[in-house]
Write a new protein. Sequence first.
Length: 385
Amino acid sequence: MKPGEGAARARLAYQVASGGWGMVFMDGSWLLSAIGGCVVLVGFCVPGARAAGQDDVRVIIRPKTVYAATDGVQPRWRFNLVAINRREDSLTLEEVTIAVSASGHTETRTQAGDEIDCITQGTREIAAGAVIVLDITDSGDDPERGEAVTVTLHFSTPAGTTLERSCPVALLHRRTAYLGFPLAGRWLVANGRPEQHCVGVGFGFDLIAEEDAPIHDDPPAPVPPLSGFASWGSPILSPARATVVDCRGSRPDCPPAPGGPASFSGRMPQDRSQLVGNYVLLKTERDGFILMAHLKQDSLRVATGDRVRRGQVIGQVGNSGNSTGPHLHIEMLDEHADLAAIMTTRLDASGVPFGFREVICERDCVVVPSSKMVPETGDVLREGG
């Protein structure tokens, strides 16, 4: 494969979400998770997450804290809305209005009817008891120093009446953190801006070896064993000087699935607390927590409480948890997340904006000159710069 060819294939062939395990939503009654391309109703949970609206239509805002990057990174902010139809009849989402306020000024954008393109789970037609998920992001034209976002959802009923639910969200400004690149060689960003999926909602990346970029043959080529992936077993390097606050390495690796390491098919473990598979959670001195997930079984080189330096090997790329092929999932969180309980309790951690420094990026086969950058889906990265 020629340099950069994998990125072009990635852009044209698929939208990735190989882990696909990233979000937990709770409103005091239901625990929901967007996993592998579908919303799963898990069960009852304790109250906790913020909610807006009456009991017949509940709208949940995730994550708990919505951060806005202060240095021009796009999107600057991102959050999810989960609308639950608790009525006995259906609803139709007719319009979504997003109002961004800054210094007393408000800019508004509206999507209506079939032009509504922010629905990531479900459809505009919401059956009784059904759920839709909306991904709300900065448009690029919103006020740079926006202070708050209000999303208003307009519904119609079969009887011809209308319902409206408004959800105000405060934005907390935060500078983008830049980490060292955690892998050696050339790696394809299989999931980056703007389609990021993650535990904390908003910021995160899936990285696969460039050679593993899926090729959509007709008929499909046989799925290789794990050892046939270039990503498999690659050393994972600590992206910063940090302390290991949590880790797990005993979970078995899954066999690869058709579609490649990022096919969006996902796989739901019977024990849903194992979605992240094997992982390392690092606490940096000033930027928060770094999560690296889906590590190879028994590959950990660190233990809880260890101090690690930047570039130190901490484990190997694997395929544990909700993963269709070997890859590394990395994201940053503002708090210590209880990853073992991710599907059974409230997740307090929120995603924070981050990128990589001292990295060379090829975008559409052209080198992007930058000492610090936030990757996009399809970029090919290598350490250097």
